[in-house]
Design a protein around this ligand. Structure first.
Ligand code: PRP
Length: 188
């Protein structure tokens, strides 16, 4: 990690401002309001990255929903997915016959989402869809369907608004691209 924790030494450039993120939440919220009208979806947030997006998104949805969380991890503090997805903490809610909407901050390899979708279907959910803020397709390892997303992103390391680098920087109010030298330092 860089010794100087000044954020200007960490972030190369801002990718999405608070306003950009708000606009994405509004658009997705309106779409989900239409698509889940008359239903009682269970919103499943994937801890920890999704909490910022989830809390903003659900407030843009005029739907009678319920919320639960699941902590699944395939990265730990590492920079690349291990491919081995683990349940760190499970849902408290029975998903049988429920319309489930998984909310994620980012889909990258797609392994986490695939694991969650398969698991929730196996448990008897009536439908399982996902809404992710950022859709990074460059490293995708499957053909998982991403039903709703805020924006596509390139193969850059993004942090902020829930997205972390070695568990740091989740609390930035915007999404920024990490300086490549910061990643190199961490790999030493
Ligand atoms: C991140 C992110 C997604 C997953 C996406 O979670 O929140 O859940 O990685 O990557 P994938 O498409 O390659 O599987 P992480 O395991 O880092 O946990 P966190 O949410 O606590 O940061």
């Amino acid at each position: 990690m860089p010794k100087n924790d000044n954020i200007d030494n960490i972030i190369d450039h801002k990718l999405f401002s608070e306003d950009d993120i708000h606009q994405m939440c509004v658009r997705l919220g309106q779409q989900l309001t239409k698509d889940y009208a008359g239903k009682n979806p269970l919103i499943v947030g994937a801890l920890k990255g999704a909490i910022f997006f989830l809390t903003d998104l659900v407030r843009e949805m005029d739907v009678k929903e319920q919320i639960d969380f699941m902590d699944v991890s395939s990265y730990g503090d590492g920079l690349e997915s291990s491919g081995n997805v683990k349940i760190v903490s499970d849902l408290a809610t029975d998903v049988k016959d429920r319309d489930v909407l998984i909310v994620e901050d980012i889909v990258d390899t797609g392994l986490t989402l695939q694991f969650m979708k398969d698991l929730l279907k196996k448990r008897g959910a009536k439908s399982v869809k996902c809404c992710v803020l950022l859709n990074k397709e460059a490293n995708r390892k499957n053909d998982i369907e991403v039903e709703y997303y805020g924006s596509k992103v390139g193969n850059e390391f993004v942090v902020g608004y829930g997205l972390d680098f070695m568990s740091f920087y989740r609390n930035l109010s915007y999404i920024g691209v990490l300086k490549p030298e910061v990643i190199k330092l961490a790999q030493k």
